[in-house]
Design a protein around this ligand. Sequence first.
Ligand code: OAD
Length: 255
Amino acid sequence: MNFDLTMLTQLRQARDVVVFTGAGVSQESGIPTFRDAMTGMWERFDPTDLATPDAFKRQPDVVWGWYESRRVIVLRCQPNPAHHAIAAMQTKVPRLTLITQNVDDLHERSGSIGVIHLHGSLHHPRCLACARPHMLPPELPELAPEGQPIKPPRCTHCGGTVRPGVVWFGEPLTDDDWGPAKQAIRSCDALLSIGTSSVVYPAAVLPFEAAERGAGVVQINPQPTDLDAVARYNLHGKAGELLPQLVQALWPSSP
Ligand code: OAD
């Protein structure tokens, strides 16, 4: 792809970059995006029916089974060239803050560090009662191909019910994540928004706030989103294809 030369210059000169990712960055790893159709036994559910505290209270086995099925999918997938390109960028930019809405660990597995998971993680469940982290067994659970309800584990410390370590609809983002994310937006001179539909708040506000401050916002998404209107550059394509090309164009000697 021939990138806009002004955009390349601005990104090369940027000292403080935020990379903001959504499910689209993991799509080419084989992980369905949040708004992809659900499959198997989950087909009859809408994600928003399952990703709530009330859903877990009413049907903990179904909700825990859904998150376990997603965790198994993630652990069977590998980071794709988009993840690796972002990790490479982090070694080139003086300060790069990676903020993700994703609950998979593909950014970490491709070498990115200091990842801010605004919506939590599939890999860090915790006790509903005492909030202590719960260690999941290293071996993957044997799941029915179409998925199945699974009884959530019990906390080894207090015996309480273990819940997924993700932020559910209706729950606040944790200050430990939201604070550093807002700080990064206040100081960045460029932001790349990659693979997000830009519809879920408060996370979705971050690229708009960066643009409002005059930071150069570059969006990568095959589809247009609300962010198109304020992004300085809209690159309509797949992250796994465009990002490696962008990194190569920015730093031609990159390995
Ligand atoms: P969505 O499923 O809403 O959007 C995925 C976006 O990725 C869409 O805009 C696609 O066009 C784009 N996309 C698909 N394939 C792509 C590719 N190969 N390269 C680049 N982009 C691609 O997922 P999110 O925007 O991440 O929150 O959803 C945000 C939040 O909504 C999720 O974190 C979740 C959900 O509510 C919670 O669970 C709290």
